[in-house]
Design a protein around this ligand. Sequence first.
Ligand SMILES: Cc1cc2nc3c(=O)[nH]c(=O)nc-3n(C[C@H](O)[C@H](O)[C@H](O)COP(=O)(O)O)c2cc1C
Length: 357
Amino acid sequence: MFNSFGELFRFTTFGESHGKAIGVIVDGVPAGLDFDEEFLQNELDRRKPGKNRFATQRKESDRAEVLSGVFEGKTTGTPIAIVIFNKDQKSKDYSNIKDLFRPGHADFTYWNKYGIRDYRGGGRSSARETAARVAAGAVAKMLLKELNIDIKAGVIEIGGVRAKKEDYEYAKTSPLFALDEKAEEKWIELIDEKRNEHNSLGGVVKLKIDNLPVGLGEPIYYKLDNVLASAMVSINAVKGIYIGNSEAHKLTGLENNDEITKEGFLSNNAGGVLGGISNGESVEAEIYFKPTPSIFKTQKTVDIYGNEVEVDLKGRHDPIVAIRGSVVVEAMAACVIADMLMLNMTRRIDYIKKIYQ
Ligand SMILES: Cc1cc2nc3c(=O)[nH]c(=O)nc-3n(C[C@H](O)[C@H](O)[C@H](O)COP(=O)(O)O)c2cc1C
């Protein structure tokens, strides 16, 4: 239960960090869509671990195998199952924390909730699961490409240092998915410094969705902004999202309102959403990631028997999760928009008549 996301474009993920495989079933994909397996693999490669010193050194090829739902390069309208076999599990690294709760991680709550916990790499609570979401997002992006809808993201802030530019082209090739080359230099220094101190950092990802039609979002409880927020906060380590100008709460109404002319809106403080419905401007949001909980410092904790103990972590971890997190942000946003597009088709009699008359 509760491992699925979306209404009409709906995906379900399965698998654990050190289990045999992780994967996703994407249901509701329209038939006849060109299925680009190379693109799917590229998307997974962007998120995969072990690529550089800014990511965990776990070496996974993250090779996707498409098991169903595609025939001769086209989707068939049936569930698309994609599996990724885990290869580089080092469960031994986790044997010393078998009975302990890592501060900042999900061990305490999983143990207390379920009474059983897969301690190897965090089991289901591990962000390994986000690879499956990236696979679902790749399918959503294939659909959005047909409509010229463009989803992009990049890192805008690390350790409190803010980018001065939003250069999405640069972000594509940057090892940090950085939106600003200058800020990136400072971020690299900061990350290296914190890693040498066996510590970690938090960060902010900026999301931008271009070429959306007016009308996406289903008031009252499936609004574009509330579903986007739910999708983002479901990503491991995400603690908040700001839709539109993230300084809006400091502005007056006069400063914040986007004036409307015949040519369109004069500004976009609303971030492309009004009343939970897309207004035709770019959807813009900031997504806030906390620092990686696994740090190599001695910390206080308790064990499953209630004893106070000290914990010293081993294993391989991202020094900052916002970097790879930015690929997951894109994927979740793509799934939300694909779902909203399909829902919106059913919401007006003139749309329905266009199909059936
Ligand atoms: C792409 C990505 C990679 C992550 N890698 C790590 C990691 O290497 N080590 C770690 O302790 N947490 C990592 N996390 C974060 C944890 O999974 C997360 O903090 C933990 O499950 C507790 O959940 P919460 O922070 O959402 O409360 C990562 C998160 C993301 C999005």
